[in-house]
Design a protein around this ligand. Structure first.
Ligand code: HEM
Length: 381
């Protein structure tokens, strides 16, 4: 079996269109077209895709490999795109100072640059629009006196989180712009910052959905039996597990760890790969070794779907209203779909549309879990 690190290097080449299913590098009949100056010492030529991982509800930098095309950030000034040829050339010159151009895109034309620039621009403008969609109605409702005291706290926290999300996005992009003279890796954003960005997006999304559901869903008067308490606790634990699995997915995406061991259920020929603890100290493997990161994500994904199945079976013994039953059944269905998507993403060497669907699937799963929690929540006294 291909070791995680070799496989990563190999599979990254595979992403350029020369796939060699589950074969070690040495046995593949296809030779990559080499430019020794850029491919020496493990430098690989994967198109840049370590881009801001936002929740995929619109054209994403991941699909267009455009995440590092805008090399600065201004809240207001950044809204005006270059207009004249001179302005475009100046913008392109700025991009040329950064590692993504120097290592990956040296033959990029101005027209190609404009395309990736506009993709990233629309991503950032969408982010501003989302910010406004929170802040403007909040300010209006506040002024009108329509918000209760607890709701004011909630609205302030959500608006704060939106601003934090934007700042975190830029902090993440910056890590992909830094020169790393000692690194042989392709320019990519830090997987820690990518996970923080995805994590905070998930928190913002969950908090918004939870607030909405609490306000809109009519509440059931459930009898507080011992079984219901256990079911509720179980549902909370399962939701936390789903959240953790999604977060671990950001490390897989950030390290391109979906390109090592593209087999399932075993990793290569083994259940537990040799290089699981190749890095030292041991703790470093959890966040930086692609093999361990993928292994953890698999284990968490399978644990999540097992917990959801157990939750479903347990829920059948508890008398529940119809809506809660539909929520728990939907949770099981979405979980199976999500695991199916994850496995397909892995076996097919992470095709971008499938990876993006898998990311959206994690959001659908989290939403369904929150819906269930909302159906099971305690009625106010
Ligand atoms: C409850 C189950 C699961 C959840 C909630 C989940 C969630 C996620 C998330 C949020 C990402 C990051 C996507 C991104 O930022 O682009 C991800 C990536 C990934 N997941 Fe899962 N996942 C689950 C199960 C699985 C399983 C069982 C597998 C395969 C065995 C798998 C394989 C992958 C792969 C290969 C990636 C990397 C995709 C990329 O590089 O873009 N996932 N997952």
């Amino acid at each position: 079996p291909t070791s995680g690190l070799e496989a990563r290097d190999w599979s990254i080449r595979g992403r350029q269109g020369m796939r060699c299913q589950a074969s070690p590098p040495s046995s593949c009949p296809l030779e990559p077209e080499e430019d020794p100056s850029v491919h020496t010492a493990g430098k690989t030529l994967e198109p840049q895709r370590s881009c801001p991982s936002t929740i995929e509800l619109r054209p994403s930098p991941r699909l267009t490999e455009s995440g590092l095309s805008m090399v600065d950030w201004h809240l207001v000034k950044g809204m005006k795109p270059p207009r004249t040829q001179r302005e475009w050339e100046a913008e392109f010159r700025k991009y040329q100072q950064f590692p993504e151009f120097k290592i990956l895109n040296r033959d990029m034309t101005l027209a190609e640059f404009k395309f990736i620039w506009y993709m990233e621009y629309s991503h950032r403008m969408w982010g501003r629009l989302v910010g406004l969609a929170y802040i403007v109605p909040a300010a209006y409702f506040w002024r009108k006196g329509w918000l209760s005291r607890p709701m004011k706290g909630c609205v302030l926290a959500l608006c704060g989180l939106v601003c934090f999300q934007g700042l975190l996005g830029w902090y993440m992009v910056k890590s992909g712009l830094e020169e790393k003279p000692d690194s042989y890796d392709i320019p990519r954003v830090s997987q820690y910052r990518l996970a923080a960005h995805l994590g905070s997006a998930l928190v913002l999304y969950s908090a918004s959905l939870w607030t909405g559901l609490s306000l809109l869903l009519p509440q059931h008067k459930l009898p507080e039996t011992h079984q219901l308490l256990r079911l509720r606790r179980f549902a909370h634990g399962t939701t936390a597990l789903i959240f953790l699995t999604a977060l671990s997915g950001a490390f897989v995406a950030g390290l391109d760890a979906g390109l090592v061991y593209n087999s399932f259920p075993k990793m290569g020929e083994r259940w537990i790969p040799d290089d699981l603890l190749a890095f030292s100290p041991v703790l470093k493997n959890i966040f930086e070794n692609p093999t361990t990161v993928q292994f953890d994500h698999r284990v968490l994904g399978i644990a999540s779907v097992s917990a959801i199945t157990a939750l479903y079976l347990f829920s059948r013994k508890v008398p529940l209203p119809r809506r809660a039953r539909i929520a728990v059944t939907s949770l099981l269905a979405v979980a199976c779909l999500q695991v199916g998507l994850g496995i397909s993403t892995l076996l097919l060497y992470v095709p971008t549309p499938l990876a993006a669907t898998h990311q959206s699937g994690s959001l659908a799963l989290l939403s369904t879990a929150l819906w269930l929690l909302s159906e099971l929540r305690r009625a106010p006294k």
